[in-house]
Design a binder for this molecule. Structure first.
Ligand code: FAD
Length: 354
């Protein structure tokens, strides 16, 4: 059996595992990362790549714990993109340097009045003459947010590169977690043993079983989504949250990635229980109402079902910030949002004592 001996072994090669691996490598700490995906989608590969500034989480006018946790993140990502942050992301393309908020009905006027009285950090109203094509014929008010959109496959590629041969394409089953005393001693795979002083479970939906096998049960929740994709000719890329009257959450969150519009938001959450046909019909109706200037009937639609995996919350809702819990020599992490990777990195370094 082959054996690898490192300081930290990480399970999971989504944003959480890749981000933490890069922080440790930059500190000269030997790392191995086990990624067991066999072609399927992870949360990270399904992400639209929006780096949020926090405005989306403060739509009722006041800051929330979620908006406060996320607000400092955009500046940290921007420093990384400029080569001056904790990780050098200069090679990662920015698909859109800002994001729009498109508020229809009374909500647009209400948000504009709020903004005039008390400017939100990171949001400005766009003059109607400057509306980009997708919004020209709509009945909403447009705001430009400081949120921006990254090319997620390029981000993951950039973060995977420094791992080289230490990025191991292996799936770690709970039975592979070898426990000695109160600590995990190794990941004993079929033809390979990965020994480490410390272990990081960054396996998204796989974390709950791994942490339990290590003797440190960490309750997890799943929030199912049915994301919609609109393929085919689109006159211009769209990067926008679309709000309907008085809803505190975007009804639609649209990002044009790889020539196709990925559509999330409340539609994707509410649509988890719908059939694909029902979800496509609901999406067409909502898109036509939000952006009537575009011919949505000429598009081809399909959907993707995927669960968000997060630390369990008493109310089952979205956690407000990233999560890292240490048990023995194991750290279990969930970033909760791609945007929160820098916050998760801080938490992980502190918990690992580096
Ligand atoms: C549709 C969608 C869109 C989103 N859009 C955004 C967005 O625009 N902006 C934003 O900030 N956030 C967004 N998010 C949230 C964000 O994508 C997630 O919070 C984040 O990607 C979670 O990262 P992760 O590394 O914890 O999990 P994952 O990305 O799921 O990665 C876990 C990895 O672990 C691997 N793995 C699992 N079990 C094992 C095992 N036993 N052995 C080895 N490997 C294993 C998996 O193959 C996977 O690659 C979105 C989420 C979804 C679902």
């Amino acid at each position: 059996m082959n054996r690898i001996d490192v300081e930290v072994a990480i399970v999971g090669g989504g944003i959480a595992g890749l981000w933490i691996a890069n922080l440790l490598l930059r500190r000269g700490i030997e790392v191995a990362l086990c990624e067991g995906r066999a072609g399927g989608l992870s949360q990270t590969s399904a992400a639209q790549g929006i780096i949020h500034s926090g405005v989306k989480y403060a739509l009722e006018g006041a800051a929330t714990p979620a908006s406060q946790a996320i607000a400092p993140m955009a500046a940290r990502w921007r420093r990384c993109l400029a080569g001056r942050g904790e990780i050098d992301l200069r090679s990662v393309p920015v698909l859109s340097p800002h994001y729009h908020l498109w508020a229809r009905g009374g909500l647009g006027a209400k948000l504009a009045a709020t903004l005039a009285k008390q400017p939100w950090a990171g949001a400005e109203q766009v003059a109607a003459v400057d509306y980009p094509a997708p919004f020209e014929r709509g009945d909403g008010t447009l705001f430009r947010l400081q949120d921006f959109v990254l090319d997620v496959p390029a981000l993951c590629q950039r973060l995977a590169t420094p791992l080289g041969e230490r990025l191991l394409k292996v799936r770690v089953e709970p039975r592979h977690v070898a426990v000695a005393g109160a600590k995990v001693s190794a990941l004993r795979l079929d033809a390979l043993e990965v020994r480490a002083r410390r272990f990081v479970f960054a396996a998204g939906a796989g974390n709950e079983a791994l942490a339990a096998a290590a003797g440190h049960p960490t309750p997890m929740q799943r929030r199912p989504l049915q994301q919609v994709f609109a393929h085919g000719p689109s006159p211009a890329p769209i990067f926008a949250h679309c709000l309907t009257d008085d809803a505190p959450q975007p009804a639609l969150t649209i990002a044009t990635v790889g020539g196709c519009d990925a559509i999330g938001g409340a539609l994707a959450e509410a649509g988890a229980a719908r059939s694909e046909g029902e979800q496509v019909a609901a999406a067409e109706q909502a898109l036509q109402a939000a952006l009537p200037g575009l011919d949505w009937r000429r598009r081809r639609f399909d959907t993707l079902r995927i669960d968000r995996a997060e630390p369990a919350q008493a109310d089952g809702r979205r956690p407000q910030q990233a999560f890292a819990a240490i048990g023995g020599n194991c750290l279990t992490v969930w970033p909760v949002k791609l945007t929160l990777a820098p916050q998760l990195g801080d938490m992980a370094l502190k918990a690992l004592g580096t």
